[in-house]
Design a protein around this ligand. Structure first.
Ligand SMILES: [Zn+2]
Ligand SMILES: [Zn+2]
Length: 446
């Protein structure tokens, strides 16, 4: 008797649970998608450079305020006091429960758009050096902003399904990795409710629209900008015996630095040392006083980063000493903290929980684990050295037939930051909104 009653009930329940959970979200997304696509196109056509996101942040703030969020604008303090930080913090309280933060970035890039879409950016402006540059959302931060507006709409409409405090932030200056630091420096976690979890998404130039890809654990590398000033004793090009030639010393340093990764670092700890620029001298027959090398260092682990910095200094000073450069002219290592970002560590437990929920919303086959990368993002800074569990997942943004053609031909697709990077708006936004909404609902469900 018991069995006869329970079995049909359980079967009914199994079928009903996803339907009950998903139907309102699907219907809500259907209702909003046309508006979201036009918001996206408007944002795409009007990008702003890092540090100058005045109109974008005001638009984002207005949208969230209209949904009932308490919004604070201009949150952030840059080291440079001549710049205004256009950070937005929007808080929606809905009873007792966890505090979940969701972050979008706001800035575009100095790239001239060549996608040829009707809503392509034609914006030109002056950069900080006073040169005229074109501006494009070549990293797809317009996709992120629109996905967060959509997520805010869903969660405001589905308030009966969750409890707690939802905080949505618009972060300026991601591309210069100065925005997250500026917001933290302005009391982000003391002026606003401190997060239990932080979520973000970033569009992917490799994955099809409709898919979410993710990396548990270390997902993106730390990025450290370093200058090495190689000092010598300059003189006439015909009289090397009276000089200490920094050009030759710099050349030896460049080659020796390659041994840090190959000979000092564990092959199990991914790391990169790239010398992207070398500048020295003015004329063929003058031995200059100094040469400046500009480096980028990428690592996942902090101890690996510290070891590499120590090794660069040791090798540079050792080679200069070997060439007879006096101690008071030894090379100088300058770490440019304001241009550096920590690695992105996706808390494995949180990643599993969130991606399982996304799988239930968009289909498990559409949620795919992918390898990490050595590129960088400043989202990781918000987790305060892994103290606050955080995850950023990838949102597929490319027309599926193009991804298929690229796989077949081996010809790479336009990457993020390319003038040809062109997300497919509707399916990308639909997936972004559904994924982020179901991730937040999983963490805040009643
Ligand atoms: Zn970017
Ligand atoms: Zn980006």
């Amino acid at each position: 008797m018991k069995k006869r009653f329970l079995l049909p009930f359980l079967i009914g329940l199994a079928a009903a649970v996803p339907a009950i959970a998903q139907q309102p979200l699907d219907a809500l997304v259907d209702r909003e998608i046309a508006q979201l696509v036009s918001t996206y196109k408007m944002l795409h056509a009007s990008p702003e450079l890092s540090h100058y996101e005045e109109k974008t942040s005001a638009f984002f703030a207005t949208q969230l305020r209209a949904l009932g969020f308490t919004v604070t604008e201009r949150v952030g303090k840059y080291e440079r006091t001549d710049l205004v930080a256009y950070g937005v913090v929007a808080v929606l309280k809905n009873g007792n429960g966890p505090t979940v933060w969701v972050r979008t970035d706001l800035d575009g890039l100095p790239v001239e758009e060549k996608t040829g879409v009707p809503y392509a950016s034609k914006v030109k402006t002056r950069n900080e050096a006073g040169q005229e540059v074109s501006v494009m959302h070549a990293c797809g931060h317009d996709v992120h902003i629109t996905s967060m507006i959509g997520t805010a709409k869903m969660l405001a409409a589905l308030k009966d399904q969750w409890h707690g405090t939802l905080v949505i932030i618009g972060q300026p200056a991601e591309e210069t990795v100065t925005g997250a630091r500026a917001m933290l420096a302005d009391g982000l976690y003391t002026r606003f409710p401190r997060p239990d979890f932080i979520l973000a998404l970033h569009d992917s130039a490799d994955a099809e629209a409709g898919k979410i890809t993710y990396v548990p654990g270390y997902a993106m590398a730390s990025s450290t900008s370093v200058d090495v000033v190689v000092r010598g004793l300059g003189g006439h090009g015909s009289k090397p015996e009276a000089t200490k030639d920094p050009v030759v010393i710099a050349a030896q340093i460049i080659l020796a630095l390659q041994t840090i990764i190959s000979r000092e670092n564990s092959p199990l700890d991914p790391a990169v040392v790239t010398i992207g620029s070398i500048h020295g001298g003015t004329k063929r027959n003058i031995i200059p006083d100094e040469v400046v090398l500009q480096l980028t260092i990428r690592t996942y682990k902090e101890e690996v980063r510290r070891h590499i910095l120590t090794a660069i200094e040791r090798i540079a000073k050792g080679i200069a000493a070997g060439a007879g450069v006096p101690d008071d002219r030894a090379p100088i290592l300058k770490v440019i903290e304001s241009e550096s970002a920590p690695s992105l560590y996706n808390d494995p437990q949180l990643t599993e929980r969130v991606t399982a929920a996304i799988g239930r919303a968009i289909g498990v086959d559409n949620v795919v684990k992918v390898p990490p990368m050595m590129a960088s993002e400043d989202f990781g800074r918000l987790s305060l050295d892994h103290q606050i569990p955080a995850v950023m997942f990838w949102l597929g943004a490319i027309e599926p037939s193009k991804v298929e053609a690229s796989r077949k031909s081996g010809k790479p697709l336009p990457s993020l930051h390319s003038s040809l990077f062109g997300p497919l708006p509707e399916p990308t936004l639909r997936t972004g909104v559904k994924a982020m909404t179901s991730a937040v609902l999983e963490l805040m469900k009643k």
